[in-house]
Design a protein around this ligand. Structure first.
Ligand code: GLN
Length: 192
């Protein structure tokens, strides 16, 4: 099985490293043809405006939507913004997932923070060490979408909709590979 990582900008190396550690071949995706033969795609964190603009320039928008219609896709942080249908401002979005997302939702003082999260469907009993960097939050998850993790104050930070997964935080920057394993399992299930 091969998983792609959108490699236009942002934290794609770290995702590739983690997939490799889990024994999965990982491919950098920059052009539509790079999607051929992949079982899933990770859209990394970074800057969603830059990722969106580059995806338009490289003519990736429609190929990415067509890929997502059939395969597992996981957006982390900027990737979550890029997958959302509505973020309240105008920038290029894939607009596939029925979520409303607010960019940079955690204000100045808490630009970056780490917290232990309970995530539905994650293996093991230990909470997940989640790193948030100028992170977005889920304002609303619409019908068909399932919130799988919230902060203590109720802020939604991870969701699933069929074969799509989004997380506000950066699992590729931790030593914990359980989120990546969860995504690999989703990709595998779509292939069966
Ligand atoms: N603040 C970034 C954005 O709005 C996301 C930050 C990140 O991906 N860590 O796109």
């Amino acid at each position: 099985m091969k998983i792609g990582v959108l490699a236009l900008q942002g934290a794609f190396h770290e995702h590739i490293k983690m997939l490799n550690q889990l024994g999965v071949e990982a491919v950098e995706v920059r052009l539509p043809a790079d999607l051929d033969g992949l079982s899933g795609l990770i859209i990394p964190g970074g800057e969603s405006t830059t990722i969106g603009k580059l995806a338009v320039i490289y003519k990736l928008m429609e190929p990415l939507r067509a890929f997502a219609a059939k395969k597992a896709v996981w957006g982390t942080c900027a990737g979550m913004i890029f997958m959302a249908k509505d973020i309240g401002i105008d920038q290029p979005l894939l607009g596939i997932m029925d979520i409303i997302v607010e960019r940079n939702a955690f204000g100045r003082q808490v630009d970056s923070f780490e917290t232990a999260l309970n995530i539905d469907g994650l293996s093991g009993d230990k909470p997940f060490p989640a790193i948030f960097i100028r992170a977005p939050r889920l304002v609303e998850a619409q019908a068909g979408t399932q919130i799988i993790s919230t902060l203590e104050d109720g802020t939604a930070v991870a969701a699933k909709q069929g074969n799509w997964l989004v997380t506000s935080f950066h699992p590729e920057l931790t030593g914990d590979d359980r989120m990546h394993q969860m995504f690999i399992d989703m990709a595998q299930a779509m292939n069966e």
